[in-house]
Design a protein. Structure first.
Length: 191
């Protein structure tokens, strides 16, 4: 039985939290770069470009801040933000109260795989190259080259995500089977 899709209040984009939710190709494209990071990055890179003399170090510093913000935002969302949401819905005093162990298990299930942070950084870099002329200039790329990069990333990133997700599931299943086998062997040996 499918769980209801709940839209989180106060979010710029709709975030879908559902165990059986499968990302479609189009939804994979929009999930890598938080709108909150973009809202800060765009004016910061414009200000960095206006700095007299060699503004390039300021642009690179802004790119670095953007990359840190992307990973930091997603990490926060996957830990504190998600825990707060789950506690608000299923915590003490709620109609659907969960024991602490179930809350922690649910948090583990909803954590993004570690490769997601790398993919988010790739998406951010491609987006920054394609949309911000000062970033292109600092990287030494022509507009057409940056457009090619963002088109390739847009096409390949969801494919990489799906492939890595398949690998992670296979790896987890393999670990579960080997753990079960080791447990069976230790039981047979009597210890």
């Amino acid at each position: 039985m499918a769980k209801a899709v709940k839209q989180q209040e106060g979010m710029i984009r709709t975030v879908v939290n559902r165990e059986d939710y499968e990302d479609r190709y189009a939804t994979k494209l929009v999930k890598y770069i938080p709108a909150e990071v973009l809202a800060a990055f765009i004016p910061l890179v414009a200000l960095a470009a206006k700095i007299e003399g060699n503004g390039s170090p300021w642009i690179w510093a802004t790119i670095g801040m953007g990359a840190i913000a992307v990973v930091g935002y997603f990490r926060w969302q996957a830990t504190d933000g998600l825990e707060g949401q789950l506690r608000a819905i299923h915590g003490r005093g709620s109609d659907d109260e969960w024991p602490e162990e179930k809350l922690q298990d649910e948090l583990k299930k909803r954590q993004p795989h570690s490769y997601f942070y790398f993919l988010a950084l790739v998406a951010f870099a491609a987006w920054a190259l394609a949309t911000a002329a000062p970033v292109r200039q600092a990287a030494g790329l022509q507009a057409a080259e940056a457009e090619y990069v963002v088109a390739a990333v847009t096409f390949l990133l969801p494919l990489a995500d799906a492939t890595l997700l398949h690998f992670w599931r296979w790896r987890d299943e393999r670990h579960q089977r080997s753990d079960a086998l080791l447990l069976a062997i230790s039981i047979r040996k009597g210890g």
